[in-house]
Design a protein around this ligand. Sequence first.
Ligand SMILES: *Cc1c(COP(=O)(O)O)cnc(C)c1O
Length: 226
Amino acid sequence: MSVNERNYKEILARTEAAGAVLVAVSKVKPVSDIKALYDLGQRDFGENYVQELVEKQALLPGDIRWHFIGHLQSNKVKYIAPFVHLIHGVDSFKLLEEIDKQAAKNNRVIDCLLQVHVAQEATKFGFDSEEVVLLLDTIDKYKQLNKLQHVNICGLMAMASFTDDLEKLKQEFATMKALSEKNAERRTLKVKPETLSMGMSGDYELALEYGSTMIRVGSLLFGARG
Ligand SMILES: *Cc1c(COP(=O)(O)O)cnc(C)c1O
């Protein structure tokens, strides 16, 4: 099998020691690789592309928790709404409204994370720190008006800069940690973002040190994506 069992055991042990969740990122990898990791006990898997996710979900065991970690277009929400476990990259209010609508059609409440662009690169999707706070306030107001009842904002997600500059990474993770703590203190009725999804193959250990509660690891488990 082309799954790195040694890496899996090691990463899982570190993740669990930190009280966090490991999401195995299986984008572009075959169903047989996912099944191999599933057979080792892994249940949380992350995918970036809607069509690929839908096809794989149909072929794999029903107790897998599917995380959507890519850039989600509003017109594709309907395809994953029946089964998706957590949508990591909510980057607009419009997208959130669409998730709410599709979740309602499926009689579900879908867990979502707001994506924060903490990295300096202009290409990264997401909100800045101030926008996140404003958005949480807005969502609270909607919830109090009995709207957005089918989405649950349970945390924040970030992608750090793609760099080996350790100081820069630390700074970005620290920013996210502070933002997450600040917002987790909100004692509003409905919106308490406590999950912090950050850390990938190259930086997951640092992310865990900085309070990540959910890491998304692909290439260390499944090999490089070519
Ligand atoms: C691909 C991807 C990952 C995993 O990246 P690796 O470096 O292979 O661990 C994590 N998060 C997101 C959002 C991704 O697109």
